[in-house]
Structures are given as C-alpha cells and as structure tokens.
Design a binder for this molecule. Structure first.
Ligand code: SF4
Ligand code: SF4
Length: 528
C-alpha cells in the first residue's frame, strides 16, 4: 500500500493507517470542511440504494397508520399519559413495569450501536426521521419546481408573483405533511378518532394545540429548510459515531487507487488523440499495415484493422495513464449533504449509498466495472482480511446484551400479570387481642388492574387452621387504576409459632375468574 501513484501521489489515503487507532482521523477518515453554505439541491437518480432507501423509509408509514389500529375495541398503541398507562396490543404497561420500556430502549440503543459498528450511519442514511422527511420534502420540491438546475435558478430570482405561484403549492403541501406528522404523533397519546372529532370542533386542549402547531411547524422548518444542516450541525449521533466505528466498519468509500488520477472524458479523448498522432509520427501505422497485408488481408480491411488496433492501444494506454474516475461530478450532485466522497470519508456523510448508485451508473456507461465507490472497510482497502461481522468482538458484545434485553423483554411481556396485589400490614398496632382470645391483624390490600376492563376484585385469605378473615366488599377497580380494601384476619394464639404465621391473600376477578393472584404475607401476634 505504500507504492506511488502514476501521478506521483501516495497510493492511498490510508497509507499511514495505524491499526490500533480509534478516532475518526486516526483511522484514516479525513475530517473535511462540510457544506454549511447554500441549500443542497441534490439530483435524483434511480438505483439499488435509492430503492432500498424508499423501502426503509416506508417503515415510517406506521406513524401515520399506527394510531388507527384497534385491538379488542381499543386503540392498539396508546400512551395514556393522564392515567399513566401504555397500551400495546392488549398489553397494559403501568409505571411499576417501566423497566419493560427501559429494556426496549436498551435494545434499540444497542441495535443502533451494533449496526453502526457493522455499516456506519445506516440509521442516518435510511431510517432517521429527519433524513426520511427531508427526502420526501425534496422529492416533492422536484415535482413542483423541477430539477436542481431549475430550482437553483428559481432561488436566485427576485421574489415576484411568478416565483410565488411556483413555490406556494410546495409550501402548502410541506405544511400539510408537517401537520399530518404532528397530528399522527398526538394521536398516539389520545384516542385517534376522538382527536379527529375534537379537532373538527376546535376543542383540543392547550397542550394538544401546542404540540399540533409546534411540532407541525418544526417538521416544516427542519425538513423543508434546515435539511442537511441538521445532520451536519445539530445531530449528536454524527458526533459520537467515531466511538462506534472501527477499521472493519463498512462505509461508502471511493477507491482512490482505482479512480485517480481522475480526468474528464474530453481530457481523455485529447490524450488518446495525442497518442494516435505520436504513433503516426513513429510510423506505427505503416508497420502495422505491412504486417496485416503480409497476413493476406486486402488493403481496405488492413487499413480498418490498423485504425482499430491503434485506437485500442491508445485507449489502453489512456486507461493506464488515468484512473477510472471521469470527474463527471455525479456522485457529488446526488449527495443529499453535498459531500464529495472522493476526498475521503467525511463527517457530513450519512452513508446513504446514493453516490454508489450514481457512480455505478457512470461505470456502466463507460463500460468499466462497477464499485469505484462502494461499501468497504478500511481493512478492505489495506488488503487485510476483515473478520465476518458476527466474529467481531464489539459486535458480539452488542448482540449478547441485545439478546439478553430481548429475552427479558419477551419473558416479561408474556408473563405480565393482568393484576398486581400488595398487602400492607398495619403497624400501629401490630396486632389486637380480641375478647374471645383470638389475635387480629389488619392489612390494607392494594389491587392494580392492568386489564382494559373493569375488575370486580374478590379477596380471600388462606392460612393456618382456625383462620377467619373479614373484608367489607368486592372491590371494583377501573382499568389501569388501583383499588383498595381493608382486610382483618383473626387467628387463635395456638396457630402462631414464635408469634408468627404465614398467610396467603388471594385476589380474584369475579368477572374473569382466570384473573387471579396470590400475595404471601405474615400474620404477627404475641410471642408467648
Ligand atoms: S457521500 Fe455518498 S453515502 Fe455519503 S451522504 Fe453523500 S451520497 Fe450519501
Ligand atoms: S460518479 Fe464516479 S466517475 Fe463520476 S466523479 Fe464520481 S467517482 Fe468519478
């Protein structure tokens, strides 16, 4: 890798690469100035990664359709903040099960870290809500205002009626998408159909109006105007990626060894013409003509063959002299963040792969192998053998913790009890001696109803022989709320050992007898 280029430059950006370095710069990533100037008007071309980007973006349709999914007559996914409940397809998660949500967050954080370690900023390039919305907004921009050149010209025009007429529909549609986004977000926190009804009656609460308008305008502003500047200037993830990637991470990379020295087609053609003239001056034409005539060709065919042979030789020499990059600039023109990947991996690159599509389309046209820009790791470029992603220690660690988190999550979700019971032993007094000689303890039983239906909780108590219990009523408990009842338990003194006896408090829903739980507690009395 230390050999010199034909143009005298070093063979690779990665020549001085140190394997044990960890920062972006140290592992050969050039931190170049990013585009913080004018709006990027990227070209759109079809391709493998463009299709992939649309498929990945379609995941976000769940934001718009999710709130209308029903499960057992209720909204399937609902953050019921006033009642502090999260409903997910019949499963109700209450604040006491909040660790389930913590596990979900841990799982996704590690998934992000693992994917970044394997393939860089895949999240940014394909799934991030900001890049997805920006992509949709710029797609619409192209529909309303035409291709990039036309849009740049329009931007430069002074504001007049003609310009307003072209721009206004785009802004209206952007606003519409902005408010559809904020409305859909809001609909995860309140019944979606009821929200529509209240919106039409202009009967939303203060926070609802604020979220609807605030988030709607923020979407319009960030996806419509700030665009790539968010990825470059604000996004914290862009800043921590250095800690997540390593020398085996694959990212879109320009093969400098193959591409340089770059030259445009006109420069190449001029070089070929110059070579042809040199061949002529050296008498190569005559020599070949003699050879072909001697081989028995007629004069016309020999002349044609001479031209073909010399052109092919000149082309081969030009190919050897220049790299494969024809400096068409298409890889830069399609980049949504205005990055020139030929200068090396950069901070602004969101690894969307669109420059790969662009360059592959050019390579196809000029009949060169695809992959001048391709997903590759620094190790690949150093000619080192890259371990498979599942053999890399950091990926293995991420996957192990992710599997544990997913396992715990699955276990918890499949074992979430529809009812939670706690019995608080009355401490003052700890027990009471009754006139018939029995001992009485008092318990406050709290029942959490995690089902979507009203519960009629019946309380019974089991324990040593002679146990008697008193409770005032069957406790009605609304979904997601806590019901409470006082239970008095009496035991003969003889049933106690060392002043204690184990008891079981059983709570059962009379409406659904299969919903039943047991709480183990202790009965306390005098030691002698
Ligand atoms: S350089 Fe290529 S991969 Fe990176 S953001 Fe631009 S188009 Fe996407
Ligand atoms: S698209 Fe390919 S050939 Fe064109 S400038 Fe970029 S790297 Fe060079």
């Amino acid at each position: 890798m230390s050999e010199q280029h034909r143009d005298g430059t070093r063979a690779s950006l990665l020549d001085e690469y140190e394997v044990n370095s960890k920062t972006l710069e140290d592992i050969g990533v050039e931190i170049l100035p990013v585009n913080t100037g004018k709006t990027v008007h990227a070209k759109r071309i079809p391709g493998h990664y463009r299709t992939l980007k649309w498929i990945a973006a379609s995941v976000w349709l769940t934001l718009f359709f999710g709130p209308y999914l029903r499960w057992n007559g209720h909204q399937a996914i609902l953050w019921d903040l006033p009642n502090r409940q999260f409903h997910f397809f019949g499963i109700t998660i209450l604040p006491q099960d909040i660790w389930v949500l913590a596990m979900i967050l841990l799982f996704f954080a590690l998934l992000l870290a693992a994917v970044t370690a394997i393939a860089g900023r895949v999240w940014c390039g394909y799934f991030c809500f900001h890049t997805v919305w920006t992509d949709v907004f710029t797609w619409l921009e192209e529909k309303f205002e035409g291709p990039p050149a036309k849009r740049i010209k329009l931007d430069q025009q002074p504001l007049n009626w003609e310009k307003i007429k072209v721009k206004l529909p785009k802004h209206l549609v952007w606003l519409l998408i902005g408010f559809a986004t904020s409305f859909s977000f809001l609909a995860f926190f309140t019944d979606s159909f009821d929200l529509w009804k209240r919106l039409f009656h202009l009967d939303l609460g203060k926070w609802e109006w604020l979220t609807l308008i605030g988030l709607g305008l923020a979407t319009y502003f960030f996806a419509g105007f700030m665009r790539e500047q968010v990825c470059i200037g604000f996004c914290p993830y862009a800043r921590i990626q250095g800690a997540m990637i390593d020398e085996a991470t694959i990212v879109p990379t320009y093969d400098k060894d193959r591409g340089e020295p770059r030259a445009q087609m006109k420069e190449r053609n001029a070089y070929v013409r110059k070579l042809l003239q040199q061949y002529k001056a050296k008498g190569e034409e005559e020599k070949l003509m003699e050879q072909f005539l001697a081989e028995g060709m007629d004069e016309r065919a020999a002349k044609k063959k001479v031209q073909e042979t010399l052109r092919q030789r000149a082309n081969e020499e030009a190919d050897h002299h220049f790299g494969d990059c024809i400096d068409c600039h298409l890889c830069v023109d399609v980049c949504p963040t205005g990055v020139d990947i030929r200068l090396g991996q950069q901070f602004g690159c969101i690894t969307c792969g669109l420059c790969i599509d662009a360059c592959d389309s050019i390579m196809e046209k000029i009949k060169k192998p695809k992959g001048l820009i391709r997903y590759a790791s620094l190790d690949d470029f150093l000619g080192k053998e890259t371990p498979k992603w599942y053999k890399r220690p950091r990926v293995l660690i991420y996957i192990t913790v992710m599997t544990i988190a997913a396992g715990l999550l699955l276990w918890k979700l499949t074992h979430l009890s529809p009812i939670d019971v706690k019995a608080l032993h009355d401490r003052a007094p700890l027990f009471v001696q009754m006139s018939d000689g029995t001992i009485q303890n008092k318990y406050t039983v709290k029942i959490v109803n995690k089902t979507p239906n009203k519960m009629m909780a019946k309380i019974t108590v089991e324990g040593p022989k002679g146990l008697v219990f008193l409770t005032d009523r069957v406790v009605p408990v609304e979904p997601g709320t806590v019901g409470q009842a006082i239970v008095r338990v009496r035991l003969p003194k003889s049933a106690l050992k060392n002043g204690r006896a184990p008891i079981r408090i059983i709570v059962q829903d009379q409406n659904h007898p299969e919903i039943r739980t047991t709480y183990e507690s202790v009965f306390i009395g005098p030691k002698r």
